[in-house]
Design a protein around this ligand. Structure first.
Ligand SMILES: NC(=O)c1ccc[n+]([C@@H]2O[C@H](COP(=O)([O-])OP(=O)(O)OC[C@H]3O[C@@H](n4cnc5c(N)ncnc54)[C@H](O)[C@@H]3O)[C@@H](O)[C@H]2O)c1
Length: 256
């Protein structure tokens, strides 16, 4: 699918991988609806993109708020052809704390709610609009890009909730692609390794450097622009469908 002139929705577009993706899509001529929480930098990011790009405040896990955001994007752009799911939260919490007290169930649920249910919420609402698009010359009506994590495959100690949420995103990629294939809508998931974003930048600098050195090659953290480049390639390459692509410099996480 050609990116120039299309309408796109990028969730989590106020920070990290989402900002880089929104910028990359806009630089190739797309109009972007940035969906993020009210406390995010989504409005600033959207204003800097210019053109018809705009910010829609919504929690991706809310059926009503997300539906309103997709409606606003279709009103503004007349249609949406790309949806990139970057909104997500991390959770580092062991099942049992040092006093053997079990993890609060609400914290587990919240992680799954945002990362997995939120991603599916965007998929279902975006697909409902994409099916109405005229197919392009290649028969495509839409492309959905999700963000999992290598924690879906090698979750570390303390990542049971995060790994479960991302494992769900990995698992639904193929059935989503299979179901939407007849409508000319593709679905591909990126599983990033370690990227330099606010999510990781909360760690102390020496820990960040050590993480970067632990990547086989290149021995550094990934840059958000490298994620964005893959997201754009997925949109442009019609043969990519139903697949999960690791973007990780060959790192395989250790147990802790
Ligand atoms: N940075 C990494 O190394 C890394 C690695 C693997 C996977 N990921 C995944 O990539 C995605 C983007 O991560 P990032 O590093 O850019 O993080 P980030 O914290 O910089 O950005 C995440 C954005 O999502 C938004 N968000 C959070 N909850 C939301 C909700 N309920 N509704 C709407 N927006 C919400 C936040 O406000 C923020 O703007 C996440 O899904 C994350 O799990 C990141």
């Amino acid at each position: 699918m050609e990116i120039g002139g299309i309408g796109a929705v990028v969730t989590g577009g106020g920070s990290g991988l989402g900002v880089a993706t929104a910028r990359a899509l806009a630089a190739r001529g797309a109009s972007v609806c940035i969906v993020d929480l009210g406390r995010s930098k989504g409005a600033e990011v959207a204003a800097a993109l210019g053109g018809r790009s705009f910010f829609a405040e919504a929690d991706v896990a809310s059926a009503d708020a997300m539906s309103a955001a997709i409606d606003a994007a279709v009103d503004r752009f007349s249609e949406i052809r790309v949806a990139v799911n970057c909104a997500g939260i991390g959770l580092a919490a062991k099942i049992l704390d040092k006093d053997a007290r079990p993890l609060d169930l609400g914290r587990f649920s919240k992680c799954v709610e945002v990362n997995l249910v939120g991603t599916f919420n965007v998929i279902r609402l975006a697909a409902a609009r994409m099916v109405r698009n005229e197919p392009d010359a290649g028969g495509e009506r839409g492309v959905i890009v999700n963000t999992a994590s290598i924690a879906a495959f090698e979750g570390q100690v303390g990542q049971a909730a995060y790994a479960a949420s991302k494992g769900g995103v990995v698992a639904m990629t193929l059935p989503v692609a299979r179901e939407l294939a007849r409508d000319g809508i593709r679905c591909v998931t990126i599983a990033p390794g370690l990227f330099r974003t606010p999510m990781l930048e909360g760690l102390p600098a020496p820990a960040l450097e050590a993480l970067g050195r632990s990547v086989p090659f290149p021995a550094r953290l990934g840059e958000p622009a490298e994620y964005a480049a893959l997201a754009c390639h997925i949109v442009e390459n019609a043969m990519l469908n139903g697949e999960v692509i690791r973007l990780d410099g060959a790192i395989r996480m250790q147990p802790r």
